[in-house]
Design a protein. Sequence first.
Length: 164
Amino acid sequence: MSSNPYDTAKQKKTSVLGPTLRFKGELSAEEDLLIQGRIEGSIKHTSSLTVGEKGQIKANISAEYIAVEGKVNGDLSGSQSVVVRDTANVEGNIFSPIVTLLEGATFNGSIDMTGKKAADSAPMGAPEPVKAATDSHSAGDPEGASNGAKRKSQRADKKPASAA
């Protein structure tokens, strides 16, 4: 018997939210969870969470291990790891020390493996904060203007990662 934390309900006791389930709100659980239904809101989980092939999620997800086989629109924060399988479609950012994107997966977002949590960052789709112009820039200081230009070019260089 394998000890893969991403194996679905086959090996250990796992709660299953079936394909006919529709849920809106905050979902929290402590046992392994397989979601095949539709969830909208937020998911806070302390164990392994799998979004099955029939699962459709519009929520930010926080769990120890996250595996996605279905569709997720929201940020994924895995304290141990996140796996985006070949059948998955993810629109959102991934925060985890270990991230796996399998060939065939659809992913649009960014990946942060530095240890930041999704809760520490701006919500998905929120604009990046822009600093106000400094007095030196408004007084015609060319260095203030060039620093502002550098900031803009750095932001423009940040592009979301995508799976091949």
